[in-house]
Design a protein around this ligand. Sequence first.
Ligand SMILES: [Fe+2]
Ligand SMILES: [Fe+2]
Length: 192
Amino acid sequence: MKEIYNQIWKLAKPYYEKGRPMDIGHVSWMMVEAEKVCQAEGLDDSLLLPLVILHDVGYAEVPNDNPFKIDMRKDHMRAGAEIAERILGDMNYPADKKDKIVYYISVHDNWALGDDSVYEDKIMSVFNDLDFTWIVAPNGLEGLADILEKSLEETLKWVENDDKPDRRPFATETTKKLFETLLEARRKEVRG
Ligand SMILES: [Fe+2]
Ligand SMILES: [Fe+2]
């Protein structure tokens, strides 16, 4: 991991410690995968990595509740954009990139509001692939099962029936393959 991203992560972590219990694992996993996708697909990591690292910091400043509630979605995006603006500003991150990243964070879960238009942007589309794919990462399914208060089998079905691939098709071969490989691994674990 590039030093600059470790620095952003260090500044973001205290917020995640106050946020949702699974987010440290969620974001650490996404950071590693995002770096690999950038290398494999020749993408600009200077936007994707900070977006990944900072996207859910806003949960630190919203009351602990079900993240599937619409108001919580909106509030964590708004609060997250403000925190990201402060962190990247303090680090003197290039202003044009900072503004883009802050904007991305302010709309990163717009799919939950019924608006998929922001994912026409490649960085946002790859981001959404990874944010969604975490559900089938080694600890992701348990994390989601806790939130949904469902069994692993029910949660797996929930993932399989999600309309993400139709509404927001995987942006790259790398992220598509990653999702399929991990989904298969979770199927084997849960169903044998
Ligand atoms: Fe989010
Ligand atoms: Fe997330």
